[in-house]
Write a protein that binds this ligand. Structure first.
Ligand code: ZN
Length: 350
């Protein structure tokens, strides 16, 4: 993985961090006059219709077989990894000759690692942002990527497909997670806001996330902090990461800019509105929704609709067929036969 000709050094810079989650540039909080219910006064997008986080109702998702997610560079330990208390969260930036990227799944194009950070609460009964079936987890990890076409996280905010965030939930375990040991120890060096520290043994991204990356929910949403830009393809993995109570407790020992305990840094859930949450599974999805979509499906839905068809009919995985078939909400035998003919003829074209 490291042998790709000349390596170039790329720093996931503090400039990028200033766009997302930097207290010095953004005046917001989680309580009182700076709290989430007031964000919309300064940031219009925070009152938008496709905001995050949301509650995901697992009985109301659309099961799909998306193409595999492609994780590149996730197993490469960076040369240097920094941990920063920015007053709102703990953010991890890295210096590496192989910056991780992600593509595939619901994504169109390649997304490059920007930073990762966490959301947590005062105790183990809450702290996550998204919820699954009204279940709140004690902590949530957000691994933020920007679309490479847009060059950096800041300019990516100007595009509706600018960012993707891989979200992982945490659950409390009896045993400490050895892969988080140095991480948790280092939190003790950055209890004050705007302090940074460096890993002795930088973990790879793979060390910090869950094993099962096949089962996930995905939907279109927003940043969960101002400016709340609606530019995020959320990918919420089903399998939680396990940490002991005291490992999670270490995050609660941090202070914010005013020297108060940094807890409760999660935004309340937002309305789902007209959005459809997809659930990626390895079960073969048989029903391709013979309902009557009034509007053309979104890009994410369209991929979801197209892919299972290709799997079943031709085994192809990466084609870009139009949605002609999917939008025919017809169950009559005669029309179904005609529709099948259309599918086969469309394969001949690309
Ligand atoms: Zn976040």
């Amino acid at each position: 993985m490291r042998s790709r000709g000349s390596c170039f050094m790329l720093i996931a810079s503090i400039v990028i961090l200033s766009v997302i989650h930097d207290g010095r540039c953004q005046d917001f909080g989680y309580d009182g006059e700076k709290g989430p219910s007031h964000w919309g006064e300064q940031y219009n997008s925070c009152t938008g219709k496709h905001q995050s986080p949301i509650n995901i109702n697992s009985l109301d998702v659309k099961k799909v077989n998306l193409p595999p997610l492609i994780f590149d560079g996730f197993d490469v330990p960076p040369q240097q990894t920094n941990l920063t208390n920015n007053g709102h969260t703990v953010a991890v930036t890295m210096k590496s000759d192989h910056i991780p990227t992600i593509s595939g799944g619901p994504l169109n194009g390649t997304y490059q690692y920007s930073q990762l950070h966490f959301h947590w609460g005062d105790n183990d009964t809450f702290g996550s942002e998204d919820m699954i079936d009204n279940h709140i987890f004690p902590m949530e990890l957000h691994v933020v990527f920007f679309k490479q076409d847009y060059r950096n996280a800041k300019t990516a905010l100007e595009h509706s497909d600018g960012l993707t965030v891989l979200a992982f939930f945490y659950e409390v375990s009896e045993r400490a997670n050895p892969r988080y040991e140095e991480f948790v120890t280092l939190l003790g060096n950055i209890t004050s806001a705007h302090k940074s520290t460096t890993f002795t043994n930088p973990p790879s991204l793979k060390d910090l996330i869950a094993h099962d990356t096949l089962h996930y929910y995905t939907y279109d949403g927003s940043l969960t902090t101002p400016p709340c830009s609606e530019v995020v393809t959320w990918i919420d993995f089903k399998e939680p990461i396990l940490l002991s109570h005291s490992q999670i407790e270490a995050f609660r020992a941090l202070d914010d800019e005013e020297g108060h305990p940094l807890t409760h840094n999660f935004r309340p859930i937002q309305p789902l509105g007209d959005r459809v949450v997809l659930y990626n599974t390895d079960e073969i999805v048989k029903d391709v929704d013979l309902g009557q979509p009034e509007e053309p499906p979104s890009e994410v839905e369209q991929n979801a609709i197209d892919e299972p068809k290709k799997e079943r009919t031709s085994g192809r995985k990466n084609g870009k067929d139009s949605g002609a078939m999917a939008s025919m909400g017809v169950s009559w035998l005669v029309l179904a036969t005609a529709a099948m003919a259309m599918v086969f003829s469309s394969y001949g074209r690309d």
